[in-house]
Design a binder for this molecule. Structure first.
Ligand SMILES: Cc1cc2nc3c(=O)[nH]c(=O)nc-3n(C[C@H](O)[C@H](O)[C@H](O)COP(=O)(O)OP(=O)(O)OC[C@H]3O[C@@H](n4cnc5c(N)ncnc54)[C@H](O)[C@@H]3O)c2cc1C
Length: 388
């Protein structure tokens, strides 16, 4: 057990005792893969009573969003307390009770830019996993150049009427609501005519069409909005000022993706796999494995330092580009190494689980949430202040 300041020791003891009494044994397998994670939402089918109970108990304490204010259903923990919760959960192998774009992306944006009514309406439902959100940013003509988006919103009385198409909307077909970037002033400069709208997916104006991948899976959708409606109170921040919110949310997404990749990689231990493959004695593989492990540790410490430095609830700004880029690179290297160490054994494909599936999934890491080229460009211009 890490050394605590005297003030935190009782908190650790309380957390350990509570987890021991309340975390069902089935939820202590440390599983992090897509199919075992609880995503919540109206349509989510719990795999077991234990999974439902675990979410309910953690949500009752606000520990699905440990650092969000209690007033909005969060745990109200300090960074140090949150770290203790993480450590104690890791110690017993407790699963993360809920993973969602609401927790990772929308929640921080609402805390920063949302009205009091929006916070009270949406944050508790995110904490409890009642509503699943998807992200409506990308369009067929607007990916890296996101501000080129053309989905339009026209105010008719009290209601925004939205028309257009989004693409690569992860899990849109399983989501209850979408946070979308919508052009609400065609005459304004590109970045100044965009609003950030919250839209209920459960209406005839929204159609989702899953995009089938070569693996057979369909994690993405095309999302068509045809006279989709949302009340004017569902604009976050001011009308036409959505670009600042979009960028803030992206910094959370990028930092989250970077750190999450490390969690996934940690779930599949590189030394264990190399040991199993009998390749740890190969000096080349041994050296590369060491490099990966050391880089992974350095990355985790850097991510933690940034998290400590960031004010509670605020983003980490452009540094998120570094975390996203490095998280991607380390994850790719780690999975490449596992593949080459396992050789033909790695091709023994069983559903979506296994090293080969994870290795293929790493290919998307350098695209989702902004491509590696765009991350390098942000690092060069905004952090290193290099000339264009
Ligand atoms: C797994 C996954 C999940 C996703 N989930 C969602 C989601 O839920 N919601 C959503 O809205 N979107 C989602 N996306 C879409 C993602 O955000 C976009 O794919 C990404 O922003 C890149 O845009 P693009 O695909 O249009 O590529 P493009 O922008 O067309 O880029 C093509 C290539 O050109 C390069 N390039 C483009 N511009 C520049 C430049 N200025 N300088 C240097 N190189 C450049 C890019 O780096 C890339 O290599 C997801 C993508 C993936 C892979």
């Amino acid at each position: 057990m890490p050394e605590d300041s005297a003030a935190l020791a009782p908190f650790r003891a309380e957390v350990a005792a509570w987890l021991s009494a309340n975390c069902p044994h089935e939820m202590r397998d440390g599983a992090t893969d897509h199919d075992t994670i609880c995503w919540g939402g109206r349509r989510f089918a719990f795999q077991s009573e234990a999974q439902r109970l675990w979410l309910e108990r953690m949500a009752d304490r606000g520990w699905t969003a440990p650092r969000w204010p209690r007033a909005y259903g969060g745990g109200g923990l300090t960074r140090a307390q949150d770290k203790i919760l993480e450590e104690e959960m890791a110690r017993i192998g407790a699963r993360v009770p809920l993973f969602s774009f609401g927790l990772m992306m929308l929640g921080p944006a609402l805390l920063e830019f949302g009205s009091e009514a929006q916070k009270r309406e949406h944050l508790p439902k995110i904490v409890r996993g009642e509503i699943r959100w998807c992200q409506g940013y990308s369009e067929p003509g607007a990916g890296s150049d996101l501000a080129s988006l053309s989905t339009s919103g026209v105010l008719e009385g009290e209601t925004w009427v939205v028309n257009g198409q989004k693409i690569w909307t992860s899990y849109a077909d399983q989501s209850d609501m979408i946070f979308a970037l919508v052009r609400t002033d065609r005459d304004a400069p590109k970045h100044e005519g965009i609003s950030f709208l919250l839209i209920d997916m459960d209406q005839p104006g929204i159609e989702t069409r899953p995009i089938r991948l070569i693996s057979g899976r369909s994690p993405f959708c095309e999302t068509f909005l045809t006279d989709a409606r949302t009340h004017k109170d569902n604009v976050v921040g001011a009308v036409n000022a959505g670009w600042a919110i979009a960028k803030f949310l992206l910094t959370h997404e990028r930092a989250g993706v970077g750190s999450f990749l490390q969690t996934l990689a940690a779930g599949r231990s590189l030394p264990e796999i190399l040991d199993h493959a009998g390749t740890l004695d190969d000096p080349v593989i041994h050296a590369e494995a060491l490099r990966c492990e050391v880089d992974g540790l350095a990355f985790a410490l850097t991510a933690e330092r940034y998290a400590d430095e960031a004010k509670a609830g605020k983003g980490i700004g452009d540094a998120s580009a570094m975390l996203k880029y490095m998280g991607t690179e380390i994850n790719k290297r780690r999975l490449e190494l596992m593949m080459s160490a396992l050789g033909t054994e790695a091709t023994d494909w069983d559903g979506d689980d296994g090293v080969a599936a994870d290795w293929l999934r790493t290919k998307a890491n350098s695209i989702e949430g902004g491509t590696s080229e765009i991350m390098l460009s942000i690092i060069a211009r905004r952090i290193l202040e290099l000339p264009q």
